[in-house]
Write a protein that binds this ligand. Sequence first.
Ligand code: ZN
Ligand code: ZN
Ligand code: FE
Length: 762
Amino acid sequence: MSLAAKAQARWAISLAGVVQGVGLRPLLYRLAGEHGLSGWARNEAAGVRVEVQGKKEDLTAFVEALRSEAPPGAAIREVEIREAPLSPGERGFHLVESGPGERPRSSLPPDSAPCEACIREMESPGERRSRYPFTNCAHCGPRYTIVLGLPYDRARTTLKGFPLCAACAREHGDPADRRFHAQPIACPACGPRLAALAPDGRELATGEAALAIAAFALGRGEVCAALGVGGFQLLADATSADAIALLRRRKARAEKPFAVMFPSLESLRAACAVSAAEEEALGSQAAPIVLVRRTGARLVAAGVAPGSPWIGAMLPSTPMHRLLLSGAARPLVCTSGNLSTEPLCTSVEEGLSRLQGLADVFLVHDRPVARPVDDSVARVGPTGLQLLRRARGYVPGAIPRREAAPVVLALGAHLKSTVALAAGHEVLVSQHLGDLDSPLATALLERTALDLLRFLDARPDVIACDLHPEYASTRLAERLSARFGVPIERVQHHHAHVAAGMAEHDLEGPVLGLAWDGIGHGTDGVLWGGEALRCEGARARRTAHLRPFPLPGGEVAIREPRRAAAGLLHAMLGAGFAERVSGFFGAEELRVLRAMLDRRVNTPLTTSVGRLFDAIAALAGVRLKCTFEGQAAMELEALADDAGDVEPYPFPLSGDEALIADWEPLVRGVLDDRAGGAPASVVSARLHASLASLAGSIAERAEVASVVLSGGCFQNLRLATSTRATLERRGFTVYTPARFPPNDGGISLGQACIAARRRQGS
Ligand code: ZN
Ligand code: ZN
Ligand code: FE
């Protein structure tokens, strides 16, 4: 042992990342004791600051232990160590309160499902918190949904109205306890409580009896509105066709799949085939909805996800859900507590008024929900977990960025909207806020934008939005730009899709971005959605796209695959199209459609791959009209499983500046297949193969090594998997969004990155 290692030293250590509210300081306290160090630790706005003093070898061991023993919810992104002057005579290690003047940052952790220790405690009859529905500790429990301001401590959470009892206060103050400084802790003596309410607001029962009433109602086939961690959910018996039909009728939701919460992994396995990776995701602290394959077992009624081989499955994500599910003793449909065009209800009053007529019983509590946060949706793809809806368990979760300036507030698109805020060295993306189809939804978008600004104590230098002039998000961007007196940056939709993928994988470019999507405003008046963009920094050049085809009715056609089919055939056959699609429309409908197509009235051109999918779904006899966005493509994807190996249809590329992919030979192939009696499954498999091979041809002419796949079409697992495989076989490195959705939920992130770079002139 060298003399230097034995010498006294003092280190000032700064920890950044997700380091607050995750039980890090109790660990620091314990480790300092174990290594005989003196000093202190304090939550600061930028993270956690620690000063430790002792022998150098002990200091080194302390930092090593800190890395290896960090609690599960923590993500220490940066450890900065500087020598500090010795503090002579210092004794012991202290945890110091955070100062109010600190400029807050986003190191706030997401909400977490209960940890093992809390579950054990709840399930132990003699314990103080036996069967207590709000049990949590420093490693688990609500976070983002209860926090009102930063730095994160109890007085700035929605638990501020619940003074700790003596026993809880002791745990909160004991550095050796797993509840040390756990801000949301509670117990039956001092914490929130459950109540069951009738639809008129009358209290039926509290505590255990409230749970029993809710479970009983569910067993009787009724609908229960339960106030979860981030707002109301509507629950119903997933094993009962009648209960599901009732919920569908009341929610006016004809066929869109519902998620199902299972009481346990065992019960989930009885209804679905679950891989190890899927089990890991289901049991993670984020506890998302995970798309898993249903098996033949009829445990869950077919009406949960009609026509789909997938079920959005989840496990109980809070102690309350654990208790309710074990009481109901069956899987429950679990869907957002809202009307289809409105955001989630978060308060009891709001729930009682806006969910009037939807629920038979309300299971509520008195812990206020600070902001609506829906359940997240994920799937396991070829590269691991991929988020399709990013909300509870993942937000706020910042991603780092290289340049600190400027501050950009980005307002996203129209569907699956989110807000992004780039400030300092990070970008925060809000939770999924839903489609902007109602004034309430737009109000939530604005509230969330202001919420993020307040969190980061930031003022925008620039506001970013889509090119679409009519999106509610664009209009809000214009209002905020005027209010803050800052410029607006309009970002092309598919460029934003690719930029989001680049941001997530920290790519500067050049990359080839394949943005295969529904529709978004192009720079040339065409509705884009089948684009290849060569992207570098903030720049994008369109290098290939589908041959444009007319889309009668424009955005209305999103719900009507038959219109896309009519558009394609009209472009190919002129007046002869009518004969081919006469079975898709009534005589009068067809007359109007023909006039629209002939005269180009309300008939924009599109290059969308999503609409091509729709058209083929119609031509293959799968579906003429949708009850929700993307339905036809989902059904087409599912069918392809039944086909064996198939040849792709021809999909030739021509042109030089921007390549044009001509779908006409493909459509002729589909018509021939159908005329020859080929089943829809074969048509579908060939379509998928054609697109994968098209991606390969486009990439080979792009002179880049990396390809980013983004846009709503890549939610299609078969398309994403086969396109990736084709590109990798040809030597390309392929990136797909994983922590952010490939759909429009990622648009705000892409907008923020492009706008920031444009302002910096790169
Ligand atoms: Zn816990
Ligand atoms: Zn208590
Ligand atoms: Fe999109």
